[in-house]
Design a protein around this ligand. Structure first.
Ligand SMILES: Nc1ncnc2c1ncn2[C@@H]1O[C@H](COP(=O)(O)OP(=O)(O)OP(=O)(O)O)[C@@H](O)[C@H]1O
Ligand SMILES: [Mg+2]
Length: 272
């Protein structure tokens, strides 16, 4: 199996003494879709910031494509792993949307034709092309979030990390982002998101990592989302689709997590 990211025994304490990571280990396969879940303050954002070198390990290690992240690889990993922050106000700061999205490609030293091509493509992908002349601070929160995503898309990294990508997006905005993620997945890009949306995790992810108190509570497939002990310990809820089946004891044997699985299960019931 080709692991693109490996995190081993990672500990991290903030300068005020808050221990945010308490010995985290996991590995991520290249091309996979990973959803990280867990209660507020669990350590998800802290962990994600380690994946592109914004935090360096205080103890333990993070490696990307076999290279251990530290002072020497910090700069490289910033372009290898694109990071969309939880709060777009920390990411979007130029005087126009176009300028903002071109920031990464310019820093990469690309020629101007390539920069224009990438910025235009990225803005179209998130549905923000018409806003290209606007100052980002005049945009709504959801629009800023899309611009932040476009800024990362334009750098075309092999791994994209998104912290709460759906927060504040309207339903069609969410669908648009899911479509973008699907498209990136088709192109072989490894995608890692932190989310509180169990339905999104169940539908979209092929790898689930549940974090609590700075530790990995569970690591596996979406079946974790229907395991009572894990769901309770991580303050999650069951996916909506699963809840329907869990409420009917006769059906609670093989519990579907996705709409397609539920449709299949109901079709089989009708046939019987
Ligand atoms: N800059 C900081 N200084 C001090 N403590 C911090 C800082 N950032 C986060 N923390 C603390 O570290 C812990 C982990 O926070 P983190 O933001 O990683 O959690 P999270 O899982 O992303 O939560 P959420 O779901 O609310 O986004 C929390 O106890 C938080 O209060
Ligand atoms: Mg967070």
């Amino acid at each position: 199996m080709a692991y693109i990211i490996k995190v081993k025994d990672l500990f991290f304490t903030y300068s005020d003494g808050t221990r945010a990571l308490n010995g985290v280990s996991f590995a991520i396969e290249e091309g996979s879709r990973v959803a990280m879940l867990g209660p507020n303050g669990a350590g998800k954002s802290t962990l994600l910031l380690h994946l592109n070198g914004l935090h360096l390990p205080q103890q333990g290690s993070v490696s990307v494509r076999g290279r251990e992240i530290g002072k020497k690889t910090e700069k490289w990993v910033r372009t290898a792993v694109g990071m969309v922050f939880q709060d777009p106000d920390n990411q979007v700061f130029s005087s126009t949307v176009w300028e903002d999205v071109s920031f990464g490609p310019i820093n990469m030293g690309l020629n101007s034709a390539e920069i224009n091509n990438r910025v235009s493509k990225a803005l179209h992908a998130v549905g923000m092309y018409e806003y290209k002349e606007k100052p980002p601070y005049h945009l709504s929160y959801g629009q800023k979030k899309r611009v932040a995503i476009a800024g990362i898309l334009a750098m075309e990294p092999g791994v994209i990390v998104l912290d709460e990508p759906m927060a504040y997006l309207d339903p069609s905005g969410k669908e648009q982002v899911v479509n973008i993620l699907d498209d990136l997945h088709q192109r072989g890009i490894t995608i890692i998101i932190a989310t509180h949306d169990v339905d999104l995790a169940a539908e979209w992810a092929d790898h689930i990592i549940i974090v609590k108190d700075g530790r990995v509570l569970a690591n596996g497939g979406s079946e974790l989302l229907t395991q009572k002990k894990i769901v309770e310990e991580a303050s999650l809820t069951y996916p909506l689709v699963s809840r329907i089946f869990l409420n009917i004891p006769e059906l609670a044997v093989a519990v579907p997590r996705t709409v397609n699985q539920a449709v299949e299960a109901i079709r089989n019931l009708i046939k019987r």
